[in-house]
Ligand binder design. Sequence first.
Ligand code: HEC
Ligand code: HEC
Ligand code: HEC
Ligand code: HEC
Ligand code: HEC
Length: 476
Amino acid sequence: MDSRQERWLGALVTLFGRNWITLSGAALAAASGLFIVGFLIMALFQLTESPYLGIMALLILPAVFVFGLLLIPVGAYWDHCCRRRRREAGEEPSGGPFPTINLNNARTRRVAVIVVVLTGVNLLIISTATYDGVVFMDSPTFCGKVCHTVMEPEFTSYTNSPHARVKCVECHIGPGAPWFVKSKLSGVGQVLAVTFNTYEHPIPTPVENLRPSQDTCEHCHWPEKFTGDRIKLITKFQEDETNTPSKTVLLMHIGGGASERHGIHSWHIDPSIKTTYIPADEKRQDIAWVRVEKQDGTVQEFKKPDVETPAGEVRVMDCIDCHNRPTHIFQMPDEAVDDALAKGRIDTGIPYIKKVATEALKSATGETGDLDKIEKHIRDYYAQQQPPFTDKAKIDSAVNEAVLIYKRNVFPPMNVTWGTYPNNIGHVQSPGCSRCHNDTLKNAAGESIGEDCSICHTVLAWDEAEPEILNQLQIK
Ligand code: HEC
Ligand code: HEC
Ligand code: HEC
Ligand code: HEC
Ligand code: HEC
């Protein structure tokens, strides 16, 4: 080592080496700083997506790093106090109350250069780590995988949904500082709940203080955009030997935006109409009172005849009162089997498979041994059938698909089973629209909210084998 290097080393020793607090602070900061840089480089080349590495690299290490940095001045202050005491006791030559910084002294100059350079490097590390930490905490990996068991139902359904590429935070938090802070504060509560296992199983729905949808959904789906009607084709299969398909064709009057007073959106998301309601149950599945307020001041109230205006939180209706499952979509057994048959994931050539697979799934409601139960039900049926159906490959793939359906919809550790999370779009699998569009809720004149089938859709075909309309429209 030449004398030049020795001089810089001497300056470093002056800076850090005088007391053990400063020295260990510097060592902590240096070590964690190096790890952070290492992780950032790994992240840059996308070598890791593990949520636990992420927590380590972007949340815990930066905390250690900052703690180390803080120890450096703490140690220096402690050192300063010790020296003053020694000076007062006459053990060292006396000086003023503050250290003398003389930049004409070459060693002091070197110390100053080191301080400036290291501070720059530290600021760079802290700001990069803070930025990456925030980005990381907003990622679906963090929200969905860190508390793996807790979020498994929501993460799994999300991954299979039309919104699989939309970040959790875009619907659950949205932009702006106040909601950011609010979410981080409630995040602390959630971390504690997971640590002490005090969270609810299943996670309750609806989400009590979800952000109003004009700040989230409407960033991507602006209300003016919705126009016109859309064809909806629903294929179902009967529980007979040949799994006979039947088709329902609906012309959904979605409407909205430019279309004049026609359709679902045009009425429900018209900014000049404010709909509020009071649910009679926690899941908002039973609605006791509805109020419609128009810009011209007219007000209508619909309620159940036997009850007075019920107590409870008055909720302003928005997108989420209908679209409560835009991404966490769970199916019922028969729906899921229809879907698998329609998409060819289960072979329609297996006799009675609609019936058998649906029964197998319905019997598996979240106990241990469910997977064996599903497999046994299907295999036993075909082993005992007369004449036996022997195409093993087809049965194997049906069993596989049934197991996959189960895994997408039933989550025993979270007590999530068939129907735990009802979907409010429609009125067949769960009450949905008919929570309000029914003949129990009445206004003062005794009228109810429209129930006429054609206000929401035109039923072009209903459970038909070969609907003529599909030929006309050339839809396969
Ligand atoms: C497209 C928007 C959207 C995205 C993206 C999204 N969610 Fe949701 N989430 C919702 C809506 C809407 C609800 C239901 C709110 C209600 O009914 O009050 C919900 C409900 C939940 C619930 C409560 C339980 C339930 O199923 O009702 C949890 C937990 C949840 N989401 C977690 C997540 C996680 C984790 C992610 C990312 C992996 C995510 N969400 C992504 C819109 C979204
Ligand atoms: C970051 C943008 C973004 C946000 C935020 C968002 N969506 Fe979407 N949404 C999309 C995209 C993109 C599609 C189209 C996906 C496709 O075509 O498969 C979509 C599709 C949909 C669909 C049609 C689904 C289907 O089966 O075709 C509905 C309904 C919907 N979104 C409702 C919502 C609701 C309700 C919210 C708020 C809770 C929301 N979206 C928030 C981007 C977004
Ligand atoms: C009164 C209930 C209701 C409300 C409120 C509502 N929607 Fe819809 N929306 C529907 C129905 C019903 C459909 C048709 C669904 C289908 O056919 O599967 C639909 C369709 C959609 C689609 C798909 C459109 C397409 O062309 O495929 C999107 C996106 C959407 N809604 C977003 C929103 C957003 C964003 C809001 C809030 C501003 C909203 N909706 C409010 C009931 C509603
Ligand atoms: C919280 C109660 C509530 C829910 C839930 C609800 N609606 Fe409505 N809806 C109303 C009220 C109130 C009216 C206005 C009725 C009136 O003025 O006579 C209305 C009106 C409508 C209209 C316009 C009717 C017309 O005469 O033009 C359509 C279309 C509609 N709703 C579709 C839907 C669909 C589709 C769903 C389910 C996805 C749904 N609504 C769910 C309360 C609700
Ligand atoms: C308030 C709006 C509204 C009214 C009124 C209404 N429907 Fe619907 N209906 C819907 C919506 C929304 C769906 C769901 C479409 C989807 O699956 O996305 C639906 C779905 C359906 C389906 C297909 C469901 C399935 O899974 O097989 C049929 C059949 C149907 N409606 C028939 C009717 C009939 C018959 C009437 C009149 C007695 C009626 N609807 C009244 C909104 C309505």
